[in-house]
Design a binder for this molecule. Structure first.
Ligand SMILES: Cc1cc2nc3c(=O)[nH]c(=O)nc-3n(C[C@H](O)[C@H](O)[C@H](O)COP(=O)(O)OP(=O)(O)OC[C@H]3O[C@@H](n4cnc5c(N)ncnc54)[C@H](O)[C@@H]3O)c2cc1C
Length: 306
């Protein structure tokens, strides 16, 4: 633990990698500590078509380019780590890992992102990985030639439903409202796709099967009528919850467990910033995550100069 980094970034998704690019390019000694594989949600995204200046690309390719770029400026990245304890107060912050390693930094940017929200209905735990998935990129191919269901009505649900038609013969989107919350172009693309059908104003009530998922029950909300549908796969895209459980006692969170930041990405703890899907904001996109990562890293540079 001899080295005290100028900056430790917690999380290596779009926000964390961008902060790493900016800070290491500004010659700040920077360490990214990332729990999973580098890239975060990017690696779960089949196609990114709205990142400016980059023609439609695979999420994992964009993530890899960001990682290579950060490393080229000297950013250190440690993956597959598990943080045990944070000491964020004071001029030097300490982060202790489960394996006993300790790292110190003069500043910290928190970018732990989010994880998929569950439906929390009977059978979901049993059939996770046995027909239920939260990631089209990871699991889409397993459903080649099958009829599947997508749950959700936002951009992710509609875009991933379209992506899943490359594998599945039929995709039924089940959504709780009578309208979608997605951008118009995403809705239009799904509506144009002959393999996609819609069940509106309805919610899944249970998952059933033997070894593998075989059917779901669906409630039509206006009438309360429950019907069953045979399906071998269900993809759930009903939003994300911020990965902030470990931070609850350490930093100000709002009632949605998002980290509260100001317009410069400062948290309520001196020298600690946050960016990306974990913060209090409305729109969760790669462009917003990279923008906040940029602002946080520039803020850190200024903080260290002063
Ligand atoms: C299916 C899907 C499709 C999407 N499609 C698009 C799209 O087309 N266009 C678009 O702009 N956006 C899209 N998004 C949203 C976009 O991917 C996210 O908004 C963005 O990637 C968030 O980046 P982030 O860095 O804030 O968080 P994340 O990507 O969630 O990264 C957080 C990282 O932190 C790590 N981490 C978590 N907790 C800890 C911890 N305690 N210690 C250390 N590391 C930790 C995680 O392992 C992860 O690597 C999509 C998202 C999904 C899920």
């Amino acid at each position: 633990m001899s080295e005290v980094f100028d900056l430790i970034i917690v999380g290596g998704g779009a926000a964390g990698l961008t902060a790493g690019i900016y800070s290491s390019r500004a010659k700040l000694s920077t360490l990214i500590l990332n729990e999973g594989a580098v890239g975060g949600q990017l690696i779960f995204t089949e196609e990114i078509a709205n990142y400016p200046g980059v023609p439609t690309t695979k999420g994992y390719m964009l993530a890899n380019n960001m990682k290579v770029q950060a490393k080229s400026f000297g950013c250190k990245i440690k993956t597959n780590i598990k943080i045990k304890k944070y000491l964020l107060q004071g001029a030097v912050k300490t982060i202790e890992l489960e394996d006993g390693r300790m790292f110190q930094g003069k500043t910290v940017i928190l970018t732990p992102g989010g994880t998929p929200r569950s439906l929390n209905i009977p059978g979901e735990e049993i059939f996770k990985g046995k027909g239920i998935s939260y990631c089209a990129t990871c699991d889409g191919e397993f459903f080649t030639g099958k009829e599947i269901v997508v749950v959700g009505g936002g951009n992710s649900a509609l875009e991933e439903a379209v992506a899943l038609t490359s594998y599945a013969t039929k995709v039924t989107i089940v959504h709780q409202f009578d309208q979608f919350q997605a951008f118009e172009h995403a809705v239009e693309e799904a509506e144009r796709n002959p393999k996609i059908e819609f069940i509106m104003e309805s919610e899944l009530r249970g998952f059933y099967g033997n070894e593998q998922l075989g059917k779901v029950s669906i409630e039509h909300l206006p009438t309360g009528k429950i019907s069953e549908m045979k399906t071998q796969g269900v993809f759930i895209f009903v939003g994300y919850q911020p990965n902030t459980t470990d931070l609850e006692e350490l930093i100000e969170l709002n009632n949605r467990k998002e980290i509260v930041v100001d317009s410069e990405m400062k948290t309520n703890v001196d020298g600690v910033y946050a960016a990306g899907d974990c913060i209090n904001k409305k729109y969760r996109q790669v462009t917003t995550a990279v923008a906040e990562g940029t602002i946080a890293a520039l803020g850190v540079s200024e903080y260290l100069r002063s």
